[in-house]
Design a protein around this ligand. Structure first.
Ligand code: ATP
Length: 340
């Protein structure tokens, strides 16, 4: 039995169908991410699991118990919001102790558990400070400690890293994942950042317009997208419509090829039997540090994006420039068929 069972869940605001009949199982101990563009319904699903929003239809079970219409405090879940929502007039320790105090945990035990939780996010030196005396990243970690100290079965996190700058965000991604693994708590994480989702999650749920497009491991949703939307939303994809794919590649569905799976070589050079090639002209070659991104106009009328890793210094490898005639080559096994 899954820890959380969501069945046929729906929620509208006026005539906007924010969540349109979704079903999902979340396993105990997993790090699952709800990923999708702005307005796709991720937060509304999270808020229904938390109990802040009442569904129009469907059900949510936690550990076998129907919690669909229970008030938030009667559910064994906790939420960490993007704006942290720390109490400004309370010290770090008091903030972390707050939930234990409302549960009437005795003072000494409260302090012990709070200090442990603060230590788990490595902020022991800040216990007596007020929230405004912390950096954004530190506030975020305290918000996490405050939720973890209650040892919920499930922690819901709504874009918790959204306000952090890029470097801190990447550090926190690693830390959050570690904290989750160590605490063994189920994390349901909301983000619109696909790289963040892939980096942290055991499984990703891709949302679009209130519906689930695909559920899978990061590798599955990236390598085997089931819809055009998923192929285009996770990373960059060269998508050939079924007509083009049929005509030039002999495929029977729409297909997608990732830019990093295509290499460029001089025209009329040798390729392997298991590979396909197409001729084209380089329209643009952009050096972006670790990679060079090429845009090709191909002979079969579609543009291709090709990504080459810059393993050599510029000019010391066989790089191409705009205007060059080239051959784009890929292994047939790297072509993903998109069924829908
Ligand atoms: P974001 O990444 O921008 O937070 P999201 O995927 O989390 O987006 P939701 O916040 O779940 O999306 O919103 C889904 C849809 O429901 C949007 O069209 C939104 O405008 C609408 N919506 C959400 N909450 C309300 C509300 N309280 N009242 C009216 N409409 C709402």
């Amino acid at each position: 039995m899954a820890l959380i069972e969501i069945r046929d869940l729906a929620k509208s605001f006026g005539n906007v169908k924010a969540v349109d009949d979704i079903s999902l199982d979340i396993e105990s101990g997993e790090f699952i991410t709800l990923l999708g563009p702005s307005g796709s319904g991720k937060t509304t699903v999270l808020r229904m699991i938390a109990g802040f929003e009442d569904p129009d239809a469907g059900s949510i079970k936690l550990n076998g118990e129907d919690i669909t219409h229970l008030p938030p405090f009667d559910r064994d879940v906790n939420t960490v919001f993007q704006d942290y929502a720390l109490f400004p007039h309370m010290s770090v320790q008091e903030n972390v102790e707050y939930g234990l105090r409302t549960r009437k945990v005795p003072k000494a035990e409260r302090a012990k558990q709070a200090l442990e939780a603060i230590a788990s996010v490595k902020l022991e030196e800040t216990v007596n400070r007020l929230p405004h005396q912390l950096s954004g990243g530190q506030r975020q970690r305290i918000a996490l400690a405050r939720a973890l100290v209650l040892r919920p079965r499930v922690l819901l996190l709504d874009e918790p890293l959204g306000a952090l700058d890029r470097q801190l965000r990447e550090e926190m991604q690693v830390e959050l994942k570690k904290i989750q693994r160590d605490a063994g708590i189920t994390f349901v994480f909301v983000t619109h950042d696909q790289e963040e989702a892939m980096r942290m999650s055991d499984r990703i749920v891709v949302f679009n317009s209130g519906r689930i497009e695909q559920v899978g491991t990061p590798e599955q949703v990236y390598e085997e997208p089931r819809t055009n939307f998923v192929a285009g939303f996770l990373g960059t994809a060269n998508i050939f419509s079924v007509d083009v794919a049929q005509k030039f590649l002999g495929a029977t569905t729409t297909v997608s090829i990732r830019p990093e799976r295509i290499r460029l070589q001089a025209p009329e050079t040798k390729i392997d039997k298991s590979e396909t090639s197409v001729k084209g002209t380089v329209q643009e070659a952009a050096f972006v540090g670790a990679n060079t991104i090429y845009i090709l106009e191909t002979d079969f009328g579609v543009k291709l994006t090709v990504r080459k890793t810059n393993t050599e210094l510029l000019g010391q490898d066989n790089s191409f420039v705009a205007g060059d005639q080239v051959m784009a080559v890929w292994r047939d096994s790297h072509v993903a068929q998109i069924p829908v």
